[in-house]
Design a protein around this ligand. Structure first.
Ligand SMILES: C[S@@+](CC[C@H](N)C(=O)[O-])C[C@H]1O[C@@H](n2cnc3c(N)ncnc32)[C@H](O)[C@@H]1O
Length: 261
C-alpha cells in the first residue's frame, strides 16, 4: 500500500492536534461516554476512601473526572498533553468547588510524572489507544498500588469478522484493535484480575459525542470558511460518524476494569 493511502484515514496525522483541540475544547466530552457509565464502572472499585489517590490519564477537559469526583472521596489528578484542555479542566473543577481534590496537569501518559505505586486507581476513558492497549496496561501498572484498579474504555470488536470498510478504518487508526475476549486476556496477562467488562450504549457515541461534535464542526467550518485543511478535517470526522451508524453492530467502546495482583 502506498504511504499516502495508508495515511488517508489517520485521525491525528492528517488533521493535526491544533484542529482536534479547537474542535473539542467546548465539548463536555472529547470521546464517547456518559456519566451513568462512569458511575457504573466506579461501582466495581471497592478500595476507595477519603485518602485515596486516583489518576485520570488523557482526561481531556474532565467530563468524566468531575463525575468521578462527585461520586467518590479522595483526590484525583487529571493528566492530558493538551494545555488548552487542562486549563478548562481546572476551571471546571473550580466552578464545581472541587479544586481542593481535583487537579489537572499537563503531561504525557507515556512518561508519567508520578511515584511508583502512588495510586489506588488509574482511570482513562477513550485514551489508552494513544499509548497502546498492552503497553499502557503494563506501564501504568507500575503506578498502581497492589490491589489498585485500572478502569478504562477502549475501542473493541464485538465479532470475529466484519466488513472490510470498517476493518480498514479501525486498523488504520488503532492497529491493535481486538475483540473483547482478546482484550480481557491481555488484561489478565498484564498482571491484573479482570473484574468487569461492559459495552457502552449507543447514545454514548451519538447523543453525547457525535451530535455535540457536529454542532462544533459547523462553527469551525464557518470560522475557517474556504480553508481546505479544515474542510478535509471535518469531512473525516463526519465519515467516522457515518461509519459508526453503518457498522455499530460490529464495534464499540468497552469499559474494562482490572485489579492489580
Ligand atoms: C478521545 S479523548 C478522551 C478525553 C476524555 N477522557 C473523555 O473521555 O472525554 C483522548 C484524550 O487523550 C489525550 N491524549 C492523547 N495522547 C496523549 C498522550 N500521549 N499523553 C497525554 N494525553 C494524551 C488527548 O489530548 C485527549 O484529551
Amino acid at each position: 500500500m502506498k504511504k499516502e493511502d495508508s495515511n488517508k484515514n489517520k485521525l491525528i496525522d492528517v488533521f493535526g492536534l491544533k484542529l482536534i483541540s479547537e474542535l473539542h475544547l467546548g465539548l463536555e466530552r472529547q470521546g464517547p461516554g456518559s456519566s451513568e457509565m462512569t458511575i457504573k464502572a466506579l461501582s466495581f472499585l471497592d478500595n476507595l476512601n477519603e485518602n485515596s489517590r486516583v489518576a485520570d490519564l488523557g482526561c481531556g477537559t474532565g467530563g468524566q473526572t468531575m463525575i468521578l469526583a462527585q461520586n467518590m472521596t479522595g483526590n484525583i489528578t487529571g493528566l492530558d498533553f493538551l494545555p488548552g484542555f487542562i486549563d478548562i479542566f481546572n476551571n471546571n473543577a473550580k466552578k464545581l468547588n472541587l479544586q481542593e481534590r481535583v487537579k489537572g496537569i499537563v503531561g504525557s501518559m507515556e512518561n508519567l510524572p508520578f511515584q511508583k505505586e502512588e495510586f489506588d486507581a488509574i482511570w482513562s476513558e477513550g485514551a489508552i489507544a494513544n499509548i497502546g492497549f498492552e503497553k499502557g496496561l503494563n506501564y501504568w501498572k507500575n503506578f498502581l498500588k497492589k490491589g489498585g484498579y485500572v478502569a478504562l474504555t477502549y475501542e473493541s470488536w464485538f465479532t470475529d469478522e466484519r466488513p472490510a470498510e470498517i476493518e480498514k478504518w479501525w486498523t488504520d487508526n488503532v492497529p491493535e484493535i481486538s475483540t473483547i475476549g482478546h482484550n480481557i486476556l491481555t488484561i489478565q496477562k498484564s498482571g491484573y484480575i479482570p473484574v468487569a467488562a461492559f459495552i457502552l450504549p449507543e447514545e454514548c457515541w451519538t447523543d453525547n459525542y457525535f451530535i455535540p461534535r457536529e454542532t462544533a464542526s459547523k462553527a469551525l467550518l464557518e470560522k475557517y470558511a474556504g480553508d481546505k485543511t479544515v474542510e478535509d478535517f471535518i469531512a473525516k470526522m463526519r465519515y467516522e460518524a457515518e461509519l459508526y451508524s453503518k457498522y455499530k453492530q460490529y464495534y464499540g467502546y468497552v469499559f474494562y476494569i482490572g485489579k492489580k495482583i
